[in-house]
Design a protein. Structure first.
Length: 281
């Protein structure tokens, strides 16, 4: 067991007294205590969602994606991919609640859905474009610094209108709305495939996938498209259509709260299979 306390106070004396009391009543950690803990851990392992899938270091993430046939095989592939990222000593995971593709998609959805982007904190603007030093905010594609002025400059209102329209759209408006929104964003000066697909992915992570230098080769290979033209509106439409046609996309069958969370970001999570880390700082 462990004790944790998180609170704010100016009464530092009481904090010191609390810590000193704990310290005085804590026995030294010797070899016997460590062995006892190890044995206890074997009998009471962490829950599956907190534990990397074993024997995943040598897996091929794009290969995992090619083996997906239905919803349950998609969930299994994500769990194996999650284990692969952990096993290869990266500082983020796929499905973890923190520092993961899941957290990035969920948190930045809330950011991009804010009704007035003028009120966004600078930190939110930076992580929305993957420009912070926190590595996992750069998942789904780290934009260049010029993107900050492009998105939050003279065309901010037009970009915000398109993105918030996607956020609020009824399911019945898709897939046509997805195609139209991408074309509209691409027509704005300075908006390329990376910025457009990143913003749309956070707007509706169950409907879009991010296309950028870190993901385009893997996505193209997985869905039989040319990587050099994947950002072209016609080819991006073909990519989304191919994704929407997958049984694992069309027929999600979540068995629990965790899988329901996955289903809400199921298109965006494709990025975890194809992301190339050399493009991440």
């Amino acid at each position: 067991m462990n004790n944790e306390a998180v609170f704010e106070t100016s009464d530092t004396v009481s904090v010191q007294n609390w810590f000193d009391d704990l310290w005085e009543h804590t026995a030294p950690i010797d070899a016997a205590a460590i062995d006892a803990y190890a044995e206890s851990r074997k009998n009471n392992p962490p829950s599956p969602e907190l534990r990397p899938t074993p024997n995943t270091r040598d897996l091929d993430p794009p290969g995992l994606l090619r083996e997906v046939t239905n919803w349950q095989s998609y969930v299994k592939a994500l769990e194996q991919c999650d284990g692969w990222w952990w096993s290869n000593h990266h500082s983020w995971s796929v499905l973890g609640e923190h520092s993961s593709w899941r957290e990035t998609a969920e948190i930045l959805h809330d950011v991009v859905a804010q009704p007035d982007w003028d009120e966004l904190e600078q930190y939110d603007r930076l992580r929305l474009l993957g420009l912070t030093r926190d590595g996992h905010w750069g998942l789904f594609g780290r934009m260049r610094w010029a993107a900050l002025k492009t998105v939050f400059g003279a065309n901010q209102q037009a970009i915000q209108r398109i993105v918030l329209g996607v956020v609020a759209a009824e399911d019945s408006a898709f897939p046509q709305l997805a195609f139209d929104a991408y074309r509209e964003l691409q027509d704005i000066v300075g908006i390329g495939p990376g910025i457009a697909t990143r913003l749309l992915t956070f707007a509706r992570p169950e409907r879009f996938v991010s296309v950028n230098e870190a993901s385009k080769d893997g996505l193209a290979s997985s869905f039989g498209l040319a990587p050099t033209t994947l950002g072209n509106p016609d080819n991006y439409e073909r990519l989304l259509t191919a994704i929407y046609d997958q049984d694992c996309y069309r027929n999600p069958a979540p068995r629990n709260a965790r899988e329901r969370a996955i289903s809400r970001i199921r298109a965006a999570l494709l990025d975890s299979f194809v992301y190339v880390t050399k493009n991440v700082d």
